[in-house]
Each structure stands twice: as structure tokens, then as C-alpha cells.
Design a protein around this ligand. Structure first.
Ligand code: ATR
Length: 270
């Protein structure tokens, strides 16, 4: 039977995953398809049963089902355990369905070359920050500082993941020259959101990496501010592409060309 993959979510029509995966499948001459599936809230369990019965070889999971899918899987990998959220389901040879989370590792890959000793500043302590901090920990990074508006949200994340130190946003701003990598994970700067900066960047270290997980717009106000300094800026597109590429490699055993895809999507969204 021909292999097929899917992404489930609600809404799903805006998802860029079908475009990416179809391109990679064609490029690598893999005879398979990848389709978006809109799943209504009450139908999640039946939809998953359907995917299994219809021979889906693996699927991505997006909002709002990343947590809700877990009870319907046979097991979840370490990457999903710490954060309780799955974005990729892999079917094993003996027909078991295992949940992974490739978002955090995808983000780390998007940073390019960084060192385990680098001092990392995370801004924000929501679900996305959790995934990234958990992946940093798994990859062996230890110097992680979390700056957040609400101290107790950051403290909860630090306790749950057992890594990181909290500092208030104002302190992050005044001590910014300590950090080699600064990661903006709040929704500030997203289209239709407030456009103030979570912190000012005038104390940023020379040659630091400044990343924003948002890719719509491609250049957020935070990244635009960062370009005034001598730093490397990275938008959220790399994370999107690499989380997909890691999932693709779990399903097909080969890592697809991500740099080309980032260029293509930049043109598509730009
Ligand atoms: P996700 O789960 O997708 O990462 P989220 O849960 O909406 O998104 O992320 C919220 C994060 O952005 C939190 O860290 C939040 O700070 P609080 O813990 O103080 O709520 C932060 N955030 C959202 N809006 C913000 C704003 N206007 N200023 C500063 N931080 C903001």
C-alpha cells in the first residue's frame, strides 16, 4: 500500500506542513502523500482510530491537539514527556504509535552552530518556551535563564523541567551583555498582537544570536530592533522547517533539504 502522512488540527487550512512535506517527498522521489485533516474537537478519538485503520504511516499534530492526543498513543518519547505535548506520531514496525515532539530540537537546529557552554536567555515561559528549554536540556545545555513578566509562571516551568534560573524582564535587559543567545518566545510581535518589545536590546553582546520563534511576520519588531546591533538574527521559519524535517526523517529515514525550504518559504511568505 502506498505510504501516506497527515497533519491534524483545527484550523488546518493555513498549515505550511503539506507544502513542505509534499515538496520533500517529490524531491526525494518517495512515493507517498501528505494531507491536511481538519478534526473537530469532539472527534479526536475517532479521527485517530480512522488514521490507524486507514494505514496512515505517521502524522503531525498541531493546535489544539498536541496534549489531547497523548492518551490515544501507545507511548511517548522523552522529547514529548517533559512538556506533555506531541507534534509527531511515528508508526513502528509492530504497529505501535509513538508520540514525539520535534519543535524544540527543530528550534535548536535553526540556530546553526552554538556551543553547549553558551549562556541562553529565554524570554517567555509559555508552551513554546517549555518545548525549547526541554530540548536545550536534553541536548546538554546548562546555562539557561528565563525572563518572564510573571515570576510564578517561569518558576513553575523551571521546577517542572528542573533546569534554569528566573530573572525579571528588567534585569534581563540590564544584564543582556551576559548572554550569547537570546530567544523571544512571547506572542508579542505576531500579526494582530501588541507590538511593544518585551525587553530593550541596547546592552546586547556583540555577535550574539537573537532569535524569535514567530515567522508571521518574518521580521518581528524584536528582530527589527536587533538588526540595529552587530548580531545575528533568526526568525521562526527555521524552527518550522526543522521540526518538519526531523519528523520527515523519523518517517522516511532521511533528513530533507531544509536550507532550500527556508529560502522557498521566505519567498512564499515575504
Ligand atoms: P505559547 O504557549 O504558544 O508559547 P503563550 O502561552 O500565550 O504562548 O505564551 C505566553 C508567554 O508570553 C508567557 O510567558 C507570557 O508571560 P506571562 O507568563 O507573564 O503571562 C508572555 N507574554 C504574553 N504577552 C505578553 C506581553 N504583552 N508582555 C510580556 N510577556 C507576554
Amino acid at each position: 500500500m502506498k505510504k501516506w502522512f497527515a497533519v491534524i488540527g483545527n484550523p488546518i487550512s493555513h498549515s505550511l506542513s503539506p507544502f513542505m512535506h509534499e515538496k520533500w517527498l517529490r524531491e526525494l522521489e518517495i512515493d507517498a502523500s501528505y494531507i491536511p485533516i481538519h478534526v473537530e474537537e469532539n472527534n479526536l478519538e475517532e479521527a485517530i482510530r480512522g488514521l490507524k485503520i486507514l494505514g496512515c504511516s505517521g502524522w503531525n499534530v498541531t493546535v489544539p491537539y498536541k496534549e489531547a492526543i497523548i492518551p490515544f498513543l501507545d507511548d511517548i518519547d522523552e522529547s514529548a514527556k517533559g512538556i506533555g505535548a506531541v507534534n509527531t506520531v511515528v508508526k513502528t514496525k509492530d504497529n505501535r504509535f509513538i508520540g514525539y515532539n520535534t519543535d524544540g530540537l527543530g528550534f535548536i537546529k535553526s540556530l546553526g552552530s552554538i556551543n553547549l557552554e553558551d549562556n541562553i536567555l529565554m524570554i517567555g515561559a509559555g508552551g513554546a518556551a517549555r518545548g525549547i528549554v526541554s530540548a536545550f536540556k536534553q541536548a546538554g545545555f546548562t546555562n539557561i535563564t528565563i525572563a518572564n513578566r510573571t515570576a510564578e509562571n517561569a518558576e513553575k516551568m523551571i521546577n517542572d523541567l528542573n533546569i534554569g534560573l528566573f530573572i525579571p524582564l528588567k534585569e534581563a535587559e540590564s544584564q543582556l551583555n551576559m548572554f550569547d543567545v537570546v530567544v523571544q518566545t512571547t506572542p508579542q510581535g505576531m500579526k494582530n498582537q501588541v507590538n511593544t518589545l518585551p525587553i530593550q536590546l541596547n546592552k546586547i553582546k556583540e555577535h550574539a544570536i537573537v532569535a524569535d520563534i514567530v515567522y508571521n511576520p518574518l521580521v518581528t519588531p524584536f528582530l527589527e530592533e536587533a538588526t540595529k546591533y552587530n548580531v545575528q538574527t533568526i526568525n521562526g521559519l527555521g524552527m518550522l522547517v526543522h521540526q518538519g524535517a526531523i519528523a520527515f526523517s523519523y518517517w522516511n529515514g532521511i533528513y530533507p533539504n531544509s536550507d532550500d525550504m527556508i529560502v522557498r518559504l521566505t519567498e512564499h511568505l515575504g
